[in-house]
Design a binder for this molecule. Structure first.
Ligand code: NI
Length: 176
């Protein structure tokens, strides 16, 4: 396993639509292991492959709740159903030090392949639903910034222009 540098806001790979995974190869297993290690090292609870510069539809999640059973990887994930809406603060490992209130569906149904290629179907609500939606956005070249209202977005863009992005993030905040 290896830590991989996290790509930051402004890197074009974060704006590309990622390609589907075509086969569950050794390279994909290594990618997943590296993503998990990189996510934990950066104190994140979710990470999408484009965030380490790999434009493939792979995400890893460990939302760290009592009933989560460690890190999970999802290949080619899709949201096939959603209900409700919930406003909540989000941060992103690719936008360190920047937070905003994002409206997300409260509940989602996800279909994907697990790390060894078996079909997975699951339902998530609250925080976990938010993490899925944030990570799936990354696969389509979208950042949480794009989902903020214009006032928040402009304020954050001005802050980034003025101060740049910090090197590290506080452990207390939510990073996806
Ligand atoms: Ni993110």
């Amino acid at each position: 396993m290896a830590l991989r540098p996290i790509r930051r806001y402004g890197d074009p790979v974060l704006r590309k639509k990622a390609e589907p995974v075509q086969g569950v190869t050794d390279e994909i297993q290594t990618l997943i292991d590296d993503m998990v290690e990189t996510m934990y090292d950066a104190l994140g609870i979710g990470l999408a492959a484009p965030q380490i510069g790999v434009s493939l539809r792979v995400i890893v999640i460990d939302e760290g709740t009592r009933d989560s059973s460690g890190p999970k990887a999802f290949l080619n994930p899709l949201i096939v159903g959603q209900t409700g809406s919930l406003r909540g603060e989000e941060g992103c490992l690719s936008l360190p030090g920047v937070y905003g209130e994002v409206v997300r569906a409260e509940w989602v149904r996800v279909e994907a392949l697990g790390r060894h290629g078996a079909p997975v179907r699951l339902e998530a609500r609250g925080l976990l639903a938010r993490v899925f939606q944030h990570e799936l956005d990354h696969l389509d070249g979208m950042l949480f910034l794009d989902r903020l209202d214009k006032i928040q977005r402009d304020r954050i863009k001005r802050k980034i222009k003025r101060e740049g992005l910090p090197e590290s993030v506080p452990a207390s905040a939510l990073h996806l």
